[in-house]
Design a protein around this ligand. Structure first.
Ligand code: ADP
Ligand code: MG
Ligand code: MG
Length: 205
């Protein structure tokens, strides 16, 4: 896994988020303010553009650029949260990038977002997809699973985690204002986190 793989990860994420922007916004319309798809479409397309315009030299620089761009360009809760994931990952990632190194940096990135948002697993947020993905990567490293299989498992764990938010009541973010009325809807941020992991599985395949 080198710089090119990380650049490809963000390009594929931008493509998936653009393709799924209406679904993400519809999910946010149900329990938020109907802007998650447009927020992330704007943010990740800007990330992809920044990376294409001035290609970074190192994986850490790719992540730093992605994080800073999302924080600057996404005018919603999700921008700083995803931004903190990538910025922290960029600080934690050691070179050359291995699966174990990536998994450890990703975990630190997820912890940074949990701290920033004060959200825990089960609060019906993006954390509910990110944490299972991070755990799946850690298990894959422990079991000596190959890179492709590891990211497939992480993508599946994130998708399952996103679906598992449906019966939950939101305890963080805008959706929490709805109280019990947030039950029965998939969390938009968990859905976008699943796209992020699906993109990663695609680019390492
Ligand atoms: P906004 O709610 O400001 O309009 P977005 O619609 O872009 O921002 O993103 C909403 C998503 O952000 C939610 O679905 C949830 O996954 C995530 N989110 C919101 N607040 C928090 C938080 N405190 N911690 C973790 N994730 C959060
Ligand atoms: Mg919103
Ligand atoms: Mg908003």
């Amino acid at each position: 896994m080198d710089t090119d793989v990380l650049v490809a990860w963000f390009a594929e994420t931008a493509r998936l988020v653009h393709r799924e922007r209406e679904r993400l916004t519809d999910l946010d319309a149900a329990i938020g303010d109907a802007d998650h798809g447009s927020n992330l479409d704007r943010g990740f397309s800007e990330v992809a553009r920044a990376l294409a315009t001035s290609p970074p030299d190192t994986p850490a620089q790719v992540l730093a650029t992605a994080g800073a761009t999302l924080i600057r360009r996404v005018g919603g809760a999700s921008g700083p949260l995803y931004g903190s994931v990538f910025r922290q990952m960029g600080k934690s990632l050691t070179s050359p990038v291995t699966l174990a190194g990536f998994a450890a940096a990703f975990e630190e990135g997820v912890v940074a977002a949990e701290r920033l948002g004060k959200a825990a697993l089960g609060d019906k947020t993006m954390v509910d997809a990110l944490v299972p993905a991070s755990r799946a990567l850690a298990l894959a490293v422990r079991d000596g699973v190959g890179v492709r299989e590891a990211f497939e498992q992480a993508a599946r764990a994130a998708a399952d985690g996103a679906k598992a938010t449906i019966p939950l009541q939101a305890r963080k973010g805008r959706a929490s204002y709805l109280g019990e009325r947030s039950v029965g809807h998939e969390d938009p941020g968990a859905a976008s986190a699943a796209l992020l992991m699906a993109a990663l599985a695609t680019v390492v395949a």
